[in-house]
Design a protein around this ligand. Structure first.
Ligand SMILES: [Zn+2]
Length: 72
């Protein structure tokens, strides 16, 4: 045990359901729910969009919704 975890948000990823021909029976999608401000980002749909979203959403959300109080 390392003590309580600080959970700031929940990232939901649906990997979708690919068809054999490379198309999607159900395309991948993802969304992010912030537990601090209650904002939901997404959902985004599509393999490329989901990969980019997952890689950047935490930082993007912080910048967009939780701007630090430091003076510019
Ligand atoms: Zn937030």
């Amino acid at each position: 045990m390392t003590g309580p975890q600080i959970v700031t948000g929940a990232l939901y990823i649906d990997c979708g359901q690919p068809r054999r021909n490379g198309d999607w029976a159900r395309p991948p999608r993802a969304k992010y729910e912030c537990l601090t401000c209650g904002t939901t980002d997404g959902p985004v749909v599509g393999e490329t969009a989901v990969k980019a979203f997952v890689a950047t959403i935490r930082a993007t959300h912080q910048q967009t919704h939780h701007q630090q109080g430091e003076a510019a």
